[in-house]
Design a protein around this ligand. Structure first.
Ligand SMILES: NC(=O)c1ccc[n+]([C@@H]2O[C@H](COP(=O)([O-])OP(=O)(O)OC[C@H]3O[C@@H](n4cnc5c(N)ncnc54)[C@H](OP(=O)(O)O)[C@@H]3O)[C@@H](O)[C@H]2O)c1
Length: 259
């Protein structure tokens, strides 16, 4: 495969659009998600439009053995990734004390553990090749505590901290690690998180997943460390450094109060 990029959560939203951007830049692709029929449709479209090779893998990445089997499968296909895009993730709007533990645990497994595990599995091969790109999806949520989405915001803070740390470890190896921090974006995310009716999303003219993906791809290719999408989000993420964290949590409480 030519400079293959592995993309998790490529069946919708930002991951789907990242697959399109990567294919347009002549990367072969390995796409992972649970809804394989969507991946197969995307595969056919990308192979026709760009002449790239696309492989798909159906799997639930909250499961450690699935992640290992996926990686073993890539090795059996002699794939050493040029790029790894850890995009799969989800949120949940609910007061923590009322939340489903099963759902919060799945979120931790996907947003944190799967991202860390896949990075650990892929990195040695990338370093041995002397080149590679990692793009980890965080969020502007990474910069502050998020009332009613406590686990989600904390999971994205982890992604930011983890990726910044390995970016420094990787200096001089030819491999870079980039954290992409979108703000609220059009995708299936808000529906799934049951957040589309709160102030943060409701009635807003949100950027498309395609816009975020194009920005994220460019940042990844440049080896940028942290990429916050959109001028307002950039300003807000800087402003979080100035305000007391209690105030930040209060702001999210106002913006995200469940109906
Ligand atoms: N949209 C926003 O407002 C926003 C803002 C900031 C950051 N983000 C982050 O951007 C990333 C992409 O989200 P999105 O907005 O594109 O949402 P989305 O449209 O809901 O896409 C999420 C993707 O993750 C996959 N996924 C979910 N659970 C999975 C599992 N257990 N195993 C494997 N794949 C799984 C989904 O595929 P299947 O269901 O087919 O498995 C889907 O392809 C996430 O990490 C999200 O936290 C989103």
């Amino acid at each position: 495969m030519a400079k293959p990029i592995l993309i998790t959560g490529a069946s919708s939203g930002i991951g789907y659009e990242l697959a399109k951007v990567c294919a347009a830049h002549h990367h072969d692709l390995v796409l992972v998600a649970r809804r394989e029929e969507r991946l197969l449709e995307l595969r056919a479209a990308l192979e026709t439009a760009h002449g790239v090779q696309v492989l798909t893998y159906r799997g639930d990445l909250t499961d450690a053995s699935t992640r290992q089997q996926f990686f073993d499968w890539t090795q059996a296909h002699s794939i050493i990734p040029y790029g790894l895009i850890n995009n799969a993730g989800f949120g949940d709007l609910t007061p923590f004390a009322d939340s489903s533990w099963e759902k919060q645990n799945a979120m931790l497994q996907l947003n944190i553990v799967a991202l860390t595990h896949l990075t650990r599995l892929c990195l040695p091969g990338m370093i041995a090749q002397g080149q590679g790109r990692i793009l980890n999806l965080a969020s502007t949520a990474a910069f502050l505590p998020g009332a009613y989405m406590a686990v989600y915001y904390a999971s994205k803070a982890y992604v930011l901290s983890f990726t910044e740390a390995i970016a420094t470890e990787l200096e001089g190896t030819g491999v870079t690690a980039t954290t992409l921090c979108p703000g609220p974006t059009q995708s299936e995310f808000a529906d799934r998180a049951e957040i589309k009716d709160v102030k943060l999303f409701e009635g807003k003219n949100l950027p498309t997943s395609a816009e975020v993906a194009a920005y994220g791809y460019e940042a990844m290719e440049k080896g940028q460390r942290t990429a916050v999408h959109g001028t307002t989000n950039k300003v807000l993420s800087l402003a979080t450094r100035l305000l007391p964290r209690k105030n930040l949590a209060d702001i999210t409480k106002g913006m995200q109060k469940p109906a």
